[in-house]
Write a protein that binds this ligand. Structure first.
Ligand code: PLP
Length: 395
């Protein structure tokens, strides 16, 4: 008899966004017509930039003409986009072969799919608080998870623990939800630890474009020895507003070998078996992000989100509420004031200030007592929320 994957029974219900929407809907039913200030969303609010939309339009026209029409493209990505991404890395001093860059439909898809490369008996170490998909993808695969909690004592940047060895190590920097960013010295410690133990680091760099401190690494491949132990998963979702357009990329160095097997070659085999790649049109739009014009335009959008962050940080400073993130990340992770726990703070903000945020407890146990604001909302709503926060907690 067919037996479904029993590991799915081990998944915990994800109450976070369901609970938020239930509470928000109940509030709106009781207060019809009230406008909520939404600082909970992890989705972008600004549209694609003109360089991208022009490229998308041109690519649609290409597909309408016999001479420029494209059928299947190479599964691992169109050469023009793989080259554009490798050149982008080169500008940061990282030399990659173009066939070390794999085009994907986004980081979520890739974070799940990449697990095909690893045996189920491997353990996965997950720094927490964490993006919930890391845990769930490994539970689905039946893998043992080691939780690595972090807190204020280490600036939400946990360091390797020699006592807790793991085969796969998830690092997310800049971090969702805390906004914390590893510096080079800290990442070097992780790379050294991974190489010493034969582990592989899965480095989620979905928010690298928000780093403004030149000393902080955008890529794990800025670290010595990383090509021997790391896979980098990146996305244009937040970098360039591709959440609904879908495009990402993954870097697997050819030097990454475990148990005599080359992970780059394995991933080529995986992709050529399991996907026919990303659409020509979307890859053309993605390539426009890496042009000079595209870079200028996406940076102008990111600057708008950064201004939101600045306004919220000023309000929190004025209220004496401690937080991390905001500077080099689109999230602000604050300590709930006045002894509130995550959910009671959520209720308080919703009921008293019509602000919707995200309770930290939804990102793992060590997120209790914390709260996440996203800076991806509209500038007007963000400014109004900052004003209301200051009125409520400004003393
Ligand atoms: N990784 C992190 C840390 C995220 O926060 C997100 C989305 O919010 C993703 C990956 C997924 O990105 P994508 O839209 O490329 O699937």
């Amino acid at each position: 008899m067919l037996k479904p994957n029993q590991n799915y029974a081990n998944l915990k219900d994800s109450y976070l966004f369901y609970n938020i929407s239930q509470k928000v809907n109940a509030y709106l039913a009781d207060h019809p017509g009230v406008k909520l200030l939404r600082l909970g969303i992890g989705d972008v609010s600004l549209p694609l930039c003109p360089a991208v939309t022009e490229a998308l339009h041109e690519a649609v026209d290409d597909q309408a003409k016999k001479e420029t029409f494209h059928g299947y493209l190479p599964e691992c990505g169109a050469p023009f986009l793989r080259e554009a991404i490798a050149t982008h890395y080169k500008k940061r001093g990282i030399a990659l072969f173009t066939d070390e860059v794999f085009v994907s439909s986004g980081a979520s898809d890739e974070l799940g799919d990449i697990l095909d490369l690893f045996d189920r008996s491997n353990t996965a170490l997950i720094m927490e608080p964490a993006y919930p998909a890391y845990v769930d993808a490994n539970i689905m695969a039946g893998r043992k998870i080691l939780h690595l909690p972090s807190g204020e004592e280490n600036g939400f940047l946990p360091m390797p623990n020699e006592a807790a060895k793991a085969d796969l190590i998830y690092l997310c920097s800049p971090n969702n939800p805390t906004g914390a960013v590893f510096d080079k010295r800290q990442l070097q410690a992780w790379v050294d630890y991974a190489n010493k133990n034969g582990s592989v680091i899965l480095f989620d760099a979905a928010y690298e474009a928000f780093i403004e401190d030149d000393a902080l690494p955008h890529s794990i491949f800025e670290i010595d020895g990383a090509k021997e132990c790391a896979i980098e998963i990146c996305s244009l979702s937040k970098t360039a507003g591709f959440t609904g357009t879908r495009l990402g990329y993954t870097v697997i160095p050819k030097a990454l070998v475990r148990g005599g097997m080359n992970l780059n070659a394995m991933w080529v085999r995986n992709r050529t078996t399991k996907t026919n790649g990303v659409s020509y049109i979307i890859q053309k739009g993605g390539a426009a992000v890496f042009t000079d014009e595209g870079q200028k335009q996406i940076k102008a959008n990111i600057a708008i989100y950064k201004q939101n962050a600045k306004i919220l940080m000023q309000a929190l400073d004025a209220c004496g509420i401690s937080y991390c993130g905001g500077m080099n990340a689109p999230y602000i992770w604050l300590k709930c004031p006045n002894g509130f726990d995550s959910w009671s703070f959520f209720d308080h903000l919703l009921n008293k200030a019509q602000i919707v945020g995200t309770p930290g407890a939804g990102f793992g146990k060590c997120g209790e007592g914390y709260f996440r604001f996203s800076t991806f909302g509209s500038p007007a709503d963000t400014a109004e929320a900052a004003k209301r926060l200051q009125k409520m907690f400004g003393g």
